[in-house]
Ligand binder design. Sequence first.
Ligand code: PEP
Ligand code: MN
Length: 264
Amino acid sequence: LVSKKWKVEDTVIDLGDGVRIGTGHFAVMAGPCSIESEEQIASTIEHLQANGIKIMRGGVYKPRSSPYSFRGLGIDGLKMWYEQTREAGIKIITEVMMTEQIDAMIDYVDIFQVGARNAQNFNLLDALGKVDKPVLLKRGISGTVEELLQAAEYIFSNGNERIMLCERGIRSYESAYRNTMDLNAVAILKEKSHLPVIADPSHGIGVRRFVDKIALASVMAGADGVIVEVHQRPEKAFSDGQQTLSYKEAERLYSRLRQTYGLR
Ligand code: PEP
Ligand code: MN
């Protein structure tokens, strides 16, 4: 169902208020790894508005390698975030970690993100197939392209056709950086599937000073959008600061992304 053999025209996802994602509608989603405070949300929104960005990312449920790391503000954080974004006309993308969270989250979310660690949580995928909200599905940490497509098939076959496929880097033997951004997958997914393909260069390489280059390369490889981590003070971020752009770095990237998309 997610193959071009099934549906010839590319899927464009309409979030309302003129925000569209897919072929011909390049999307930038930006924001912190974790939602941290009211003040941080306000500062991020100001940054996004100044740059014409309509979709804010951020986690309120964080999958952390260590249980002692910051694990997010939870549903109260999401509600606080939602209030601020509605006033600003900004859309929310945030990670749902388990089926039981969906009902409480659904009224406050514009896009559900499925994290790499849940890429084959088939119960979660089934459940997201039954909701009326778009889903951004990340590739598993050691997942193949075929496994990503099959995971999308779970959601689609349950009735939810508004899915984005996200390449966020895979685990390899290389240790010079955090993950290996697989640009091959971006090109191949774009050929195989009618669904929008989103690149996550922040997790894809995991090193701040290279995020811009990998973001631009992803667009040339065919990505319909990017999701990037930005923070007012990346070195103070509660999570993933080492791969998070400052506002100034992010601004340079946004303008180059728009140019690059035009060149494609
Ligand atoms: C994130 O987007 O912050 C995140 C946890 O991503 P991933 O699931 O790709 O590791
Ligand atoms: Mn992160």
